[in-house]
Design a protein around this ligand. Structure first.
Ligand SMILES: Nc1nc2c(ncn2[C@@H]2O[C@H](COP(=O)(O)OP(=O)(O)OP(=O)(O)O)[C@@H](O)[C@H]2O)c(=O)[nH]1
Ligand SMILES: [Mg+2]
Length: 662
């Protein structure tokens, strides 16, 4: 083993705008894997990983994207707080080399804040293709910090970056403290106000310089204002407030706006010195933009969606994975091979019948828990994640978001919401976490609600599609019902939930060829996450059911449920499927599978059960995440709405089906 020195917990924060390749860099620099996708807002949580640089162990933090030090969204606020706390030794500011004009303003802010920064011009490969050249040396001189170019997804420039990081951390880089002093871009009137305020602030505001605090204060940053009030007292803050008011009058409007303009102008002049852009050479870009127009075209775009859904979801996940693969694993492997063997072995080696039932038999950990997890869930969820990863990597989602923005607005959300909703078709739990890419609390609540109510996850979807596939009318009926409910619930939520109406802004990254390694890594990492979450739950569930049966509680619950189910015209046997549904939604659906195999359910009943179960309470894992993300009140509200709603719909469907038999 290599010697690994520990330079006393060196810590490096990776920051920058969304979708610039921060997570790819993080993966290159550490031994961890952070999710990489071609749309802004992939990383929603801070993640930490360790890497070795010159035999030194260094901790890296991957952060959600942020556009500016003046935060708008919760994630940006969190990202800024992290920088403010200052418990790190270095910041890597990652930018897209193709969009320096938009991205360098944040670099300036970081420098002004007096933070230790290295600037990374990533996506160098794409910039090169567009004929963009940057004089790195000159840029370094002008802004006074190290500048590195990388193409992280190709691994280019990583070694040089590592060396630069190392030099920086052990202090080989020339000391250029306060190098922001000569970065002056505000006119005297503004600059002297900034200086004035900065001087009046006492020291010790986290890691930010007084200069950036003064600037943010002028821009109207309320959080900074509160800090100043707390630290300097209201009287002093009042005096500062007067400086601000005076300036506002002078500029007739928003200081935030004017300061941003000045910063942009400065970056513009800077780029005139260091950037060379070859005019017009965009063969590849032209090609892509033709595809682009197709994807966002009102008619062809919809046709594409239908094709993607048909081939990706129905044929690949539905027919192939949930059909062929599940049949093989379920039937040939478990039913014919593993289960009989386990049952026999249990018979021989486990003396106590009660204990035998824990492992084997109808509800055993292996015969039921493992069978569901490995033979039904694994192929379905895995194949879904694979398709989703390909779509994510290509940059299809931002286009889809544009296409369906109008539809989503009717549901009180904006186009972005299409990402968590589609992901919900894979795993509602993961999708609930992903609702963070929505900007307002209101949208997050609506999305969470719809995910819990009317978006079946792939495991459930796979089983239900497999079950109903024998009868197209039943499948059609199920689909229409769930669709209508999704729509109605969304429209109602959008109407009645108070709060600001959403606006839509999402940068559209270029289309890229999906990277094989990333698609595989991502699918694998999601599967691992899924199984670390799910397998234990299956096992707990098996144990709980075993305990429940042993003590008779299980039978009690089943018989309590029965009258409700009878109201829906369902036989008592479905009760256990619904009880399983508490543990996982797909678990419940899989329970129906058994009943159909043994011929205990008619198609009519199956359709009712499938609809009810789809709407029925979210699985335990999802419930936990809903609670963590939205809090107790919202969780209870959601549950309180869903439960009666699911049964009522089941009741209606049962009667409707008498009119339109399947
Ligand atoms: N061509 C090219 N693509 C890159 C490069 N680095 C990253 N990408 C792609 O850019 C997209 C975004 O990468 P991520 O690492 O997810 O970006 P991020 O900054 O973490 O994004 P958020 O988590 O959304 O803030 C992915 O499609 C990557 O494959 C690069 O150097 N060259
Ligand atoms: Mg990321």
């Amino acid at each position: 083993m290599e010697m690994e020195k520990d330079y006393g917990n060196m810590r490096v924060v990776i920051t920058g705008s969304p979708n610039v390749g921060k997570s790819v860099l993080f993966n290159e620099l550490t031994r961890s894997y952070g999710i990489v996708s071609n749309y802004p807002g992939t990383t929603v949580e801070l993640s930490s990983g360790y890497g070795i640089i010159n035999e030194t162990q260094v901790e890296f933090l991957d952060t959600p994207g942020m556009y500016s030090l003046f935060p708008v969204t919760e994630e940006e606020k969190a990202a800024r707080d992290l920088l403010f706390e200052g418990s790190f030794d270095l910041i890597l500011h990652v930018v897209d080399a193709k969009n320096l004009l938009r991205m360098l303003p944040l670099t300036l802010q970081l420098i002004e804040a007096g933070l230790p920064v290295i600037l990374i011009l990533n996506m160098w490969d794409e910039a090169e293709k567009m004929g963009i050249e940057v004089d790195l040396k000159r840029l370094e001189d002008r802004i006074g910090i190290p500048v590195i170019s990388t193409a992280a997804s190709e691994g280019r420039g990583i070694n040089e970056l590592k060396e630069t990081i190392y030099d920086f951390l052990i202090g080989n880089t020339e000391e250029e403290k306060d190098n922001f002093q000569n970065l002056n871009y505000l006119e005297p009137l503004l600059q002297s106000a900034v200086n004035d305020i900065a001087e009046q602030l006492s020291h010790g505001y986290g890691s930010f310089s007084n200069r950036i605090l003064a600037e943010l204060y002028l821009c109207g940053d309320n959080e900074i204002k509160k800090w100043i009030q707390k630290k300097e007292g209201y009287r002093k803050e009042n005096r500062l407030q007067m400086i601000r008011e005076h300036l506002k009058k002078e500029y007739k409007g928003s200081l935030d706006y004017i300061i941003n303009i000045r910063r942009k102008e400065f970056v513009d002049s800077l780029l005139k010195e260091v950037l060379y852009e070859e005019p017009e050479n965009d063969e590849i870009i032209d090609n892509y933009s033709r595809v682009d127009r197709l994807l966002t075209h009102p008619l062809f775009g919809i046709i594409t969606v239908v094709l993607v859904l048909y081939f990706g979801l129905y044929r690949f996940v539905g027919t192939f994975a949930a059909g062929t693969v599940v049949d093989f694993l379920e039937g040939n492997i478990f039913r014919d091979l593993i289960n009989p063997t386990v049952n026999e072995l249990a018979e021989v080696y486990i003396g106590y019948p009660q204990l035998r039932e824990l492992i084997a038999g109808e509800y055993g950990i292996i015969t039921l828990g493992f069978r569901y997890a490995l033979a039904i869930i694994l192929p379905v969820v895995g194949s879904f994640f694979l398709v989703f990863a390909v779509l994510e990597d290509s940059g299809y989602f931002p286009r889809l978001a544009f296409l369906v923005d109008g539809i989503m607005k009717k549901l009180g959300m904006n186009g972005r919401a299409v990402i968590p909703i589609v992901l919900g078709l894979g795993c509602d739990t993961m999708a609930t976490m992903t609702t963070r890419i929505l900007q307002t609390k209101r949208e997050r609540i609506i999305a969470t609600f719809l995910l819990s109510l009317a978006v079946p996850c792939s495991a459930q979807l796979g089983v239900i599609m497999g079950l109903l596939a024998v009868n197209r009318r039943a499948l059609f009926f199920w689909g229409i019902t769930i669709g209508v409910i999704f729509w109605t619930a969304g429209v109602l939520a959008g109407k009645f939930l108070p709060g600001k109406k959403p606006s839509f802004y999402m940068e559209v990254p270029p289309l890229r060829r999906p990277q094989f390694s990333n698609v595989v890594n991502k699918t694998f990492s999601r599967m691992r996450w899924y199984f670390l979450e799910i397998l234990p739950i299956f096992i707990y569930a098996s144990v709980l059911i075993w305990l429940g049966r042993l003590t008779g509680v299980f039978q009690k619950l089943l018989s309590l449920q029965r009258p409700f189910l009878n109201l829906l015209g369902l036989p008592g046997e479905t009760s256990s499927a619904f009880l399983f549904g508490f543990f996982r939604r797909d678990y419940g659906a899989a329970g129906l599978y058994d009943l159909v195999l043994s011929g205990e359910l008619s198609t009519h009943q199956l359709t009712v059960a499938a609809v009810t179960l789809t709407l029925f309470v979210p699985c335990i894992a999802q419930l936990v995440v809903v609670f963590k993300e939205r809090g107790l009140v919202i969780t209870l509200l959601i549950l309180g709405l869903i439960f009666p709603f699911a049964f009522f719909t089941g009741y209606l469907v049962n009667h409707l089906l008498f009119l339109f038999p399947v």
